[in-house]
Ligand binder design. Structure first.
Ligand code: UDX
Length: 433
């Protein structure tokens, strides 16, 4: 089949490469010339394990092409995927400007014949109806036939390639049998349970999935506060709770709250979407509140233990390991607050330093080496659980730190071991161990 992906972020680029790998002819359309130039040369722009190799393989084979021009691809395509961002607007709602903007452009280039316009972007319920209305309003020829479909994407950053080759489920929401059959055909080489449903259900499924994940994390974070106040160990509690097969252990890891480009934005959007439909939004508001409180409790621990004005070291800046993405990362919030309190900061991250530099410029000090970042610091904060921190050289950590205190926002060390090594060790939900 011939496909066009509009958008080359984590969803658009990864999915495009995977479908190209299965032998489809794939176009990826963007609007920034410098980015399209890099992509044409095999530079994926984003850091995502396995992506560069996949991109280069399909470029060499001529199965994937990058363009800035709708004329190059829309009229050739059997299926057009909208995979542009739907960022959080200032009031928390999903900003659909890009979705509607690209829809306008698609509609003036559709071919005489049949095309499916499938939305992969996370969009509020009824958005695909609006996409259909925009296209209907703009098309001029009676020979143009099209259907819309909602095909939400569930890939995670850091494992996006693997998730796309091996998804748990493929959700296809459309009211048209023709569109459903074409989308099922396209997905044939990919395993994973198929859920075919109507458009509204598919649109809501994506929000429901992310809200469930966020709920589990906030649940764990609420119990970490409860544990700190009662001398309990949240990790033991969550392990025991998670052993119940009906619940499962995943996403019950407490810490400094969820970040990234999806969970915070989607929970915020759900507050608005549910309210607009007269549905109680209090669960989603609480998830958000607990998420912010997790970061604030972490900051309070630092303030209570490190003299104001001291220099502090931070290990880990990306919103989770194996990505350079810092969107809504807890680290950004924590750095900003610590700077406001008057602390000086040395920061280290294996891949996201450049992105953080763009935010904080010369307000903090950046280090390419995790141990050198410790020099003259009155404490170490761990904000992302990169593997390389898990077996750190504690002799060096002790030697360089002025104060041997570690604030672990991700519970990567055993508190007893840290105590025996001579550290004051403050983690999440198990401080009394
Ligand atoms: C998420 C969804 O998992 C994915 O299905 C969807 O398509 C996009 O949004 P992603 O944003 O890549 O994926 O990250 P995810 O792995 O879900 O982690 C989100 C945040 O939650 C991270 O900041 C992570 O550190 C945090 N988290 C995760 C916890 O604090 N505790 C956990 O137990 C799990």
């Amino acid at each position: 089949m011939t496909l066009t992906f509009i958008g080359h972020g984590y969803v658009g680029l990864v999915t495009a490469c995977v479908f190209a790998d299965f032998g489809n002819e794939v176009y990826v359309l963007g609007h920034t010339p410098e980015k399209i130039d890099k992509l044409k040369k095999g530079n994926p722009i984003i850091y995502e394990p396995g992506l560069e190799e996949l991109l280069k393989r399909n470029l060499i084979a001529g199965r994937i092409k990058f363009t800035l021009d709708y004329k190059d691809c829309i009229s050739k395509s059997d299926i057009i995927f909208i995979a542009v961002g739907t960022p959080m607007s200032s009031n928390g709602e999903a900003d659909l400007t890009s979705v509607f903007d690209v829809t306008e452009k698609i509609s003036s280039h559709l071919k005489n014949g049949y095309t499916v316009v499938a939305c992969k972007s996370t969009v509020p319920v009824e958005t695909n109806d609006k996409i259909r209305d925009i296209i209907n309003k703009n098309i001029t020829s009676k020979k143009i036939e099209f259907d819309v479909a909602s095909c939400p994407e569930f890939l995670r950053e850091g494992s996006a390639v693997n998730d796309t080759f091996n998804p748990d489920r493929i959700v296809i929401g459309t009211d048209s049998k023709r569109a459903k059959d074409l989308l099922l055909e396209l997905h044939k080489p990919i395993n994973g349970k198929r859920i075919t449903t109507n458009i509204a259900s598919a649109e809501i499924t994506k929000y429901a999935s992310n809200a469930m994940l966020a709920t589990k994390i906030s649940f764990a974070n609420l119990f970490s506060e409860f544990s700190e106040k009662t001398g309990a160990d949240v990790e033991a509690i969550m392990t025991a709770v998670g052993l119940d097969k009906r619940i499962g252990r995943s996403f019950l890891y407490p810490g400094i709250g969820f970040g990234g480009s999806c969970l915070p934005k989607d929970v915020n959007a759900l507050v608005h979407i549910t309210e607009q439909h007269g549905v109680d939004s209090s669960l989603f508001k609480s998830i958000n509140k607990i998420n912010i409180q997790a970061r604030e409790r972490f900051i309070d621990k630092v303030i209570s233990n490190v003299k104001l004005g001291s220099r502090i070291c931070i290990w880990g800046l990306s919103f989770k390991p194996n990505t350079d993405d810092i969107r809504e990362a807890p680290s950004i919030y924590i750095i900003r607050e610590l700077l406001n309190k008057g602390y000086k900061l040395n920061v280290y991250d294996p891949v996201s330093l450049d992105n953080v530099k763009m935010v904080f410029k010369d307000k903090i000090s950046y280090f390419e080496n995790q141990y050198k970042a410790l020099k003259d610091c009155a404490g170490l904060c761990i904000l992302t659980e990169w593997n390389q921190f898990k077996e750190a050289d504690f002799k060096k950590v002790k030697k360089y730190l002025k104060n041997v205190i570690i604030f672990d926002g991700r519970n990567i060390y055993d508190p007893r071991r840290m105590k025996s090594l001579g550290f004051k060790y403050l983690s999440v939900g198990r401080s009394l161990l």
